[in-house]
Design a protein around this ligand. Structure first.
Ligand code: HEM
Length: 425
């Protein structure tokens, strides 16, 4: 998705088609969101083709309220606007962590959460550094690399490790997870949108089924799949189906988001070299730089909830059972929440971005993603003097993920004998 700034080209937003994936590949969602925030912050979008209307919430304060108030805005009927009919029941309801509400949600989340705290994942720091170096070092000879493509494998390498997934499957799994969210992107579609998603799900679920059955029944193991296998729900272990769905949630959460924050970081280093020079000179600014890259990129564009009662929000009345989508990319540019929101500023303080959501479903992988981005930043600053654009950028056609398909760049190396500076913060 294009990350645009004002002054925006005039856009036709009288009847915006927020479901249309092509709009995210070729249109200007930031321009539309700015207008919605100003004129219609809780907007009822009616696709007008028989699909169910849904609410579009674009201001930071309203987005936070929806995500926090799980009693009024439930996750049980699904959390993504997608190709399926929004009035249909969700097959993962109450079984897959993202599609449950507290208190059941806590039972699924807490054991995994303990394994994913920033402290718990800090052991991954050096392995992640090796992965980052293996991506960056070959690119220092002046060749053009497509950082968007390189980045796709990055989360697979650490989430695949934490889940104990065999490495030979990683490239295919990365491809399949992207297909589930870019089902009508010509480069990822394998038929109709529905069949693309079904085929990708089928193959991914088979990977997980095989992986689960490969494990010794009496020894669940200590990796994330092991934790899922030792969990209790409804007074017993998770069923095979519940195991598969939760493996899928973890992998999808990591794979479809992290690469785009990383590519955006590289693009930003090209566009705002002075900000990255500051971060190079002062490692104390690097955590802020990662936060600002997350605000700027907002890789997960929206999430969805269903109203459990009639509720007034931002001047509109949402009725029981109606779907409500919240737009994180828009909330992260809300002029009511951020000073000069279209300025990329690594010293921004406070920076209450919503890239990881907020409330009970706050991203469980946030610690891992931030560690990965931080190590990537440290290595980028250490190894690369400058980023030069080297061709046309292409955006992913997806209403869910704000991402890149292609970003050709050249990385200009720093002096070969420059000392290695790794931030301490
Ligand atoms: C830059 C990277 C990432 C971004 C921007 C991101 C974004 C988000 C957001 C916005 C949510 C909230 C969803 C909601 O409210 O319904 C979420 C939840 C989730 N994320 Fe992430 N995520 C990232 C990385 C990861 C990683 C690395 C993992 C895997 C370890 C992961 C796994 C999940 C899971 C399983 C959930 C559901 C949590 C729950 O329902 O309690 N994410 N993510």
């Amino acid at each position: 998705m294009r990350i645009s700034c004002p002054p925006f080209d005039p856009v036709h937003c009288d009847d915006p088609d927020l479901l249309d994936s092509a709009f995210y590949a070729h249109g200007d969602p930031h321009a539309l969101w700015a207008r919605l925030r100003a004129e219609n912050p809780v907007y009822r979008c009616d696709p007008g083709d028989g699909r169910e209307p849904f609410w579009v919430v674009t201001r930071h304060q309203d987005v936070s309220r929806v995500l926090r108030d799980y009693e009024t805005f439930s996750s049980r009927r699904g959390t993504m606007l997608c190709i399926v009919d929004l009035s249909m029941p969700d097959i993962a309801s109450d079984d897959m962590m993202p599609d449950t509400d507290p208190p059941r949600h806590r039972q699924l989340r807490e054991p995994l959460n303990r394994a994913l705290t920033p402290r718990a994942v800090s052991e991954q720091k050096e392995p992640i550094r090796e992965i980052v170096r293996s991506v960056l070092r070959p690119a220092l000879d002046g060749r053009t690399i497509d950082i968007a493509q390189e980045a796709l494998m990055f989360p697979m390498a650490f989430t695949g490790t934490l889940m104990g997934l065999p490495q030979e499957h990683w490239p295919r799994m990365a491809e399949l997870t992207t297909r589930t969210i870019a089902y009508d992107d010509p480069d990822y579609s394998t038929g109709s949108p529905t069949s693309t998603v079904r085929q990708a799900h089928h193959e991914l679920f088979e990977f997980f089924r095989e992986e689960i059955s490969r494990r010794v029944p009496t020894d669940p193991g200590t990796d994330l799949i092991g934790i899922l296998r030792s969990m209790e729900l409804d007074e017993g272990p998770l069923s095979e189906r519940q195991l598969i769905l939760n493996c899928y949630a973890l992998l999808l959460g990591a794979n479809v988001t992290t690469p785009h924050a990383l590519s955006t970081m590289v693009a930003l280093m090209g566009e705002h070299p002075e900000q990255f020079r500051m971060a190079r000179e002062d490692p104390g600014l690097r955590a802020g730089c990662v936060r600002e890259v997350l605000r700027w990129s907002s890789p997960a564009s929206h999430f969805m909830r269903y109203a459990t009662r009639d509720v007034d929000l931002g001047g509109g009345t949402i009725r029981t059972d109606e779907p409500v989508s919240v737009w994180l990319g828009s909330a992260n540019r809300d002029e009511r929440a951020f000073d000069d929101p279209y300025r990329f500023d690594i010293t921004r303080h406070p920076n209450r971005h919503l890239a990881f959501g907020i409330g009970p479903h706050y991203c469980i992988g946030a610690g891992l993603a931030q560690l990965g981005l931080r190590v990537f930043l440290d290595e980028l600053l250490d190894l690369v003097a400058e980023v030069e654009p080297a061709g046309e950028v292409a955006h992913l056609a997806s209403n869910f993920v704000a991402g890149y398909k292609s970003m050709p760049v050249r990385l200009v190396p720093r002096h070969r004998n420059a000392p290695t500076v790794v931030g301490s913060e």
